[in-house]
Ligand binder design. Sequence first.
Ligand SMILES: C[S@@+](CC[C@H](N)C(=O)[O-])C[C@H]1O[C@@H](n2cnc3c(N)ncnc32)[C@H](O)[C@@H]1O
Length: 468
Amino acid sequence: MLLRRFASGLVSSRKSNSAVISRSDLFQGLRCTRWTSHANSSTQVQPVPVVEADIVLVRDFIYSALYDENQGYFSARSSAVGELPTPINFNSLEGKRAYTQYIDNLYKRGDSSWFTPVELFQPYYGYALAEFILRTHSSSNPLIIYEIGGGTGTCARNILDYMKAHAPRTLYETMSYKSVEISGELAKKQYQKVTKGDENRKQFSVERRNASDRSGWGAAKKESCFVIMLEVLDNLPHDLVHRETSRSPWMEKWVLERTDGEVPGLPVEISKPLQDDLIIRCLEAMKGDPAQSRSVTRTLKNMVVKLLNASELLWIPTGCLKLLETLHSARPNMTLIASDFSLLPDVRLAGEGAPLVSSKKGGVNKDHATYLEAKGHTDIFFPTDFSVLQKLDHLCSAANGNTKTSRRSSVVNSAQFMDLFADTGKTLTRDGYNPLLEDFSNTKFYISTPAGGFKSDVGTQSTGSHSI
Ligand SMILES: C[S@@+](CC[C@H](N)C(=O)[O-])C[C@H]1O[C@@H](n2cnc3c(N)ncnc32)[C@H](O)[C@@H]1O
């Protein structure tokens, strides 16, 4: 079953009438003409002066919608990441129907829009990560773990509990677990949860900052370490580019926050010729042999687009590129463990790699047809193209002075990863249905490590998508 962050029963039944579509023309210097069209009304053509200072790149607009100190989705709502009142006792549930009903009730009771896998399958999901780390960590180094975007702290708590119970005493005593969290509310929650009962105080610390900001990491450290990111890539800002035909030059989208016009306050998109350095680098990195870098369906689609000379609209992971550049520069010998959605159902926005834009009000979830009205109350999350992620990761490593073969990486389905490292008996329902292995089939793990970084019993290969 394909899931977003919601439980099975809630996925496809929600419908929304909101449909605001905006288009724009070529930005020319400080002024431009823009066209906006609104659902249920004929297309409006209104030349309006635009001041450059009023416009921001799509990624900056998304960043502000999600992380602005006062009105960002993750900053303004302490319940942005759903928390279970108590861990689920899977063994006591009859089967899939009972599991789905259980989750539905949790959603009805709380004001969270979604639960992430590490929350739903606690503590076993976190334990599986801990087991992977224990099996791959070389005991000659101190164990250092960074977690980026740790949400409510469940992953950190579960990993530290597992280490305390299963790792050699000195490994647990000397290890450090450093959380880097952009939201003040969530950083606070993490510290409380992980140190509850006066536990893990020596091991755990949390820094409230943007992990993409290179200055926050201080001088580069060559230490071996693990960097965990669970469902963080999907909330990283993206940019939007388009071109009229496959031979036309790419254009980049900007957003103008309006205070005038037919619908006051509703922002509109503006197009400019490609000029942003991060967008240019991201597009360059995504290029290359499509047969190597993309799925068969995607490759065929690209061929058709080229043959038809059709227009293209592409969401590109500039936020991910920025974060990877920062991480490779700051901790070049990290082992990266990232899990995220490879595919999202029910997306209403146009463009390849488009996000789901979703909010919850009065207990009801709503999908939106635009990201332009998302401020504070709305989640914006993207699918991850894991082959692009792998490319960006290897590229950032190479840009840091390493050779192309200096990293080994692997893309695996979450079920494969869990099969190898989780105690799957603990998430089994009575009739044999196992949600840890059968739900969230649209999520994957990306593991990347310096070549030679793994102990020999659990290895990866140097490029491509492989089993661990
Ligand atoms: C979807 S939540 C996932 C939370 C948790 N990892 C989980 O799986 O339950 C995304 C998390 O990443 C954090 N985050 C997003 N961008 C970040 C950044 N640039 N630096 C640090 N934290 C970030 C958010 O505040 C939030 O805690």
